[in-house]
Each structure stands twice: as structure tokens, then as C-alpha cells.
Design a protein around this ligand. Structure first.
Ligand code: CU
Length: 69
């Protein structure tokens, strides 16, 4: 079990938060997703090592941009 914090740009409201949470939750192995709207921090807990490309793709799918890692 590990957790990684990424930064996502473009989120402006609770709807954005739920869109990102929904897509990221679909990544295999992800057990929890916490989004801080103010800072854009997205903390992802997973049972396996996260694939940064999968996170990037999920955030992109939601309509936002991964700005770190
Ligand atoms: Cu929004």
C-alpha cells in the first residue's frame, strides 16, 4: 500500500473534483483518491506501484492536466 501525490491543473469546482476522482478511481489497484481543490493536489492510494502514465491518461480523460511527475 502506497500513496502518491500529484498536482493537477484546471480544476475549479466540486464537479471537477468528482470528474478527476471518478477517472483516477478506475485505474487498477487504486484504493483511494483525495483531491484538494485549492492546491490541485491529488493524493492517490494504491495497492501496487502507480503507473504515472496511467494517472496522466486518467486525468487527461477527465479533461484536466497533470502538471507534476
Ligand atoms: Cu468544475
Amino acid at each position: 500500500m502506497s500513496s502518491t501525490t500529484y498536482t493537477v491543473s484546471g480544476m475549479t469546482c466540486g464537479h471537477c473534483v468528482s470528474a478527476v476522482t471518478e477517472e483516477v478511481t478506475k485505474i487498477p489497484g487504486v484504493t483511494d483518491v483525495q483531491v484538494d481543490l485549492g492546491s490541485g493536489a491529488v493524493t492517490i492510494a494504491s495497492g501496487t506501484t502507480l503507473d504515472d502514465d496511467a494517472v496522466r491518461a486518467a486525468v487527461d480523460e477527465a479533461g484536466y492536466e497533470l502538471v507534476t511527475r
